[in-house]
Design a protein around this ligand. Structure first.
Ligand code: SF4
Ligand code: SF4
Length: 387
């Protein structure tokens, strides 16, 4: 039996309704402008498979994997079609039937399974912890465990160094293990879940041995995977709480724990909601509360924000398999950020920030001069005095 069969009725809601409320704002539709590149067309396609009118093939797999699984269509759908759950189910079917993982995804999965790597970037395992060497106050065990994930330590270690600077200023200590495996987000999003269970078990055992009461992460993708997917995959409650760094920051800022420098002038910023934090986990206001508590900051919203936020274009395996699609969406998002008059585009996900910066680097220098893309952590670190 195919996984998509259990969604037969819901798929029918869409093909009967045919409203297309989910079209404008769908990242793959915005770039491709073709019916099968947004939810309604994809539902027709899947219905065709279920009815036996279509057969699974490589072209259908490409269409399904060009979706960033951003969740915009699911949130917009008044008929209640659980689009992203249907995509995830269909991706499992594609993997099971040998039409996926797609070529580039296959490589990522290989890297994640490799004992010397355990990350999708194909880097040596030890490289993930190089950023920690300059800090003597990181413990091996403790109640507050930090899960670094792969993207931030390998692609933006300076943000992690800024995080330690902030936590140090707030008098917080964290523990880190040097044997983390990738959280498994990529495997889960592309439908190759066999290995994800092993990854979840490995990481959970580590956290337990470390004495974790709270596991914290600064990556939106890791946050969703640890907090939502792990209990679902394993069918049990986690023996610790999972927090995103912004949830800890808001607690720290509420009791004025940070030595901010005095600001005479206001800096205009805007905030990009990572899909894995916002639509997937409903964490819309916490990052905004953090930003609003930084002195001298004026937060101006983009026209599409919170539940309506436009995806950066990188998620769901799109960045690796369809890099142009990811970059072109990110360019649109940057233009939208510039329209607000902000000098800084903030986010709270290394994957969004990486994709937005890749796009910005390809844009004209006069656009690059207008805006910077950084993590909330980088902004706070800029505004506090060293102790
Ligand atoms: S909003 Fe829902 S019913 Fe309408 S086209 Fe999109 S998925 Fe189908
Ligand atoms: S999840 Fe996002 S990218 Fe995928 S069809 Fe829905 S709106 Fe488009």
């Amino acid at each position: 039996m195919m996984q998509i069969e259990k969604y037969k009725t819901e798929i029918e809601y869409c093909t009967l309704e045919r409203c297309a409320f989910c079209r404008e704002g769908c990242p793959s539709w915005e770039q491709m402008r073709f019916e099968t590149y947004f939810a309604r067309g994809r539902m027709y396609l899947i219905q065709g498979i279920l009815n036996g009118d279509l057969k699974l093939n490589k072209e259908i797999a490409d269409v399904i994997y060009s979706c960033t699984t951003c969740g915009y269509c699911k949130d917009m759908c008044e008929a209640g079609v659980p689009t992203t759950d249907i995509y995830e189910a269909f991706r499992k079917d594609l993997v099971k039937n040998g039409f996926a993982p797609l070529e580039r995804h296959k490589k990522l999965v290989e890297y994640m399974k490799h004992d010397h790597m355990r990350n999708p970037y194909g880097e040596e395992k030890t490289k993930k912890y190089e950023w920690t060497t300059e800090f003597s106050n990181i413990k091996d065990k403790g109640e507050l465990v930090f899960f670094g994930g792969c993207t931030m330590p390998l692609r933006s270690p300076s943000t992690l160094k800024n995080m330690i600077k902030i936590l140090h200023a707030a008098g917080k200590e964290i523990a880190i293990t040097k044997d983390e495996w990738c959280c498994g987000s990529i495997g889960l999003r592309i439908g190759d879940i066999k290995f994800a269970e092993e990854q979840a078990k490995h990481n959970i055992e580590l956290f337990k041995d470390m004495g974790a009461k709270t596991v914290m992460t600064a990556c939106a993708g890791c946050y969703r995977t640890l907090k939502k997917d792990y209990p679902e995959i394993l069918g049990e409650k986690l023996p610790f709480e999972v927090k995103h760094i912004t949830e800890l920051l808001v607690e720290i800022l509420k009791i004025n724990k940070l030595p901010f420098t005095e600001e005479k002038e206001k800096t205009k910023v805007t905030y990009h909601d990572p899909c894995h934090l916002g639509r997937h986990m409903n964490l819309f206001e916490v990052p905004r509360e953090v930003i609003s508590k930084i002195p001298g900051i004026d937060l101006i919203e983009m026209k599409r924000n919170r539940k309506n936020a436009f995806c950066c274009g990188a998620g769901g395996g799109v960045k690796s398999q369809f890099p142009d699609l990811a970059i072109n969406n990110a360019k649109d998002r940057i233009r939208e950020a510039i329209e607000t008059g902000a000098e800084i585009l903030l986010s709270s996900c290394p994957f969004c920030i990486g994709n937005l910066n890749d796009a910005l680097n390809e844009m004209a220098s006069k656009i690059q001069d207008k805006i910077k893309v950084i993590d909330i952590l980088d902004l706070i670190a800029l505004k506090i005095q060293e102790k």
